[in-house]
Design a protein around this ligand. Sequence first.
Ligand code: GLN
Length: 311
Amino acid sequence: MGQASNDQQFQHLSQAQLADWMHQIQLNAPHGTVPNYIPQLAEADPDRFAVQIQLLDGKVHACGDIQSLVPLMSAVKPFLLLYLLEQLGPEEVFSVVGMQPSELPYHSLIQLEADQNRPRNPMINSGAIALADRLPGRDAETRCQNLCEWLNQQSGSQWQLDQTMLASVRSRPNPTNQTIGDRLQQAGCLENRDMALDVYQQICCLSGTVTDLAASGLMLANAQFPQISANHRRIVNFLMLTCGLYDASAKYAVEIGLPMKSSVSGLLLAIVPRQGVIACYSPLLDPAGNSVAGLLLIQTIAQALNLNRFG
Ligand code: GLN
């Protein structure tokens, strides 16, 4: 099917159709679990379900609990990467992290060890912790604020640091992330381990709604943001496609065929290049850490509207 008819189908998506797909998914009560290692996330209401679809022509479809405030967690990773590509350029960024998909979970120490402590890609924890160390700013608060302000100014989103979520994350120090920090430090990948981990925790706690996620995601979908380099946008899309759903990325690259990024909070962002974005929220996760209902919804939309980039 040609590009023109794809565009047309995405444009003709109706609100009623979207609501019906969400209803069908909810009726089948997708199985999954909320993460238990961050107390505040463990309390998430498993029935929450929200989507915002934003097309480049300005058309918006929003359905479900779109007012829910959710921390970005791993969904910050594409934006951290984009920001650093813009600030430092690809050469410096990829002297710190690789571009290879990982076949192991996002916090895998085995993967890091197999790679001689060089983070395999920016979409897993080791890569994002290493990149958090490179954010400009004199302290962790300033670094987080710099990224947040840049994102809000560029995309019109309204991300804000959720202090309650941050306190919750800090109340249960994550031993795996700390070990990743130790190993990166030993390998000479970090200038300041404690600050890198602190920055990483803070940027994970930037919170907003699916509306904010859709607004920021649009920066990756099109050329309406001339201030963002097209090459940097392509790099982020490529890494989302190949690494954005961790060890499940290859499966969904084939089945859905869109650059995507998930997070432990249940956010899921799909980029439909040159057309728009789909931003979802549903807190129940599959074993790889991806939102079960979010994936089902994006899969349904992509199939029905022929959005798979690979035909
Ligand atoms: N802050 C989370 C962590 O490091 C982010 C991981 C995720 O969203 N998958 O555990």
